[in-house]
Design a binder for this molecule. Structure first.
Ligand code: SAM
Length: 199
């Protein structure tokens, strides 16, 4: 299959599909963290090529429920929210790509309204795929079946202290904090590649 991994700098999802023999390309303004087929630039340059499957990770800074409080203290965030919602909808409405998954955290109510009230298809957690961590991730799916958990480690994870199982939430401030938080867990990438290996 020809696969576009939109807004991915880590190469994690791209390499999971490439390992199964697919022609997978990631795209991001940033270079790829690991060697592989990557277009460094605006995803809109390549979005309208022929793809069988797209997995998109659009930025969540202005859409996520975790940041909703800032909207009430910083009016400059509103136009950025409108732009982020439009960008998200670009992937949701890419009907020329028959199979699509768009990933984002739980959205706040304004973002949900701006994307037209289209509900996510499922919510997954890293602990469903072998990672001892919590971070709710929503997937909007078109032409794809919901992901099935591959290795549920919730019971063991719950034995860990909160700051360990919510490691991503408690990461100290740093220039790369957002990168660490947004990198797709390998267990989820592997599940996507093995379960959406449909051609
Ligand atoms: C939330 S991060 C996703 C990271 C991804 N889960 C990974 O493992 O690499 C969103 C990414 O979208 C990229 N991005 C934002 N606008 C873009 C655009 N128009 N074209 C390409 N990439 C874009 C950013 O550079 C950022 O790396």
């Amino acid at each position: 299959m020809k696969i576009l991994i939109a807004c991915e700098y880590s190469g994690v999802v791209r390499e999971a599909f490439a390992a199964l023999g697919h022609d997978a390309m990631s795209c991001d303004f940033l270079p790829s963290e690991q060697p592989g087929k990557h277009y460094q630039g605006d995803v809109r340059d390549v979005l309208y090529e022929e793809w069988d499957l797209m997995i998109a990770h659009p930025p969540c800074t202005y859409l996520t429920n975790a940041g909703v409080r800032h909207l009430h203290t910083d009016p400059k965030r509103w136009p950025k929210l409108f732009d982020a919602a439009e960008f998200f909808k670009l992937f949701l409405n890419s009907d020329h790509i028959p199979m699509r998954a768009i990933e984002n955290p739980i959205m706040h109510k304004y973002a949900k309204t701006l994307i037209g009230g289209v509900k996510q298809s499922q919510v997954v957690q890293p602990w469903m795929f072998g990672h001892m961590e919590q971070k709710a991730t929503c997937l909007w799916l078109r032409g794809l079946e919901p992901l099935q958990p591959t290795n549920n480690v919730k019971e063991e994870m719950m034995l860990l202290p909160k700051n360990q199982r919510e490691r991503l939430h408690y990461l100290p401030p740093s220039a790369d904090r957002w990168k660490e938080r947004s990198r797709t867990p390998k267990g989820i990438a592997d599940a996507m590649a093995s379960q959406w290996n449909v051609c």
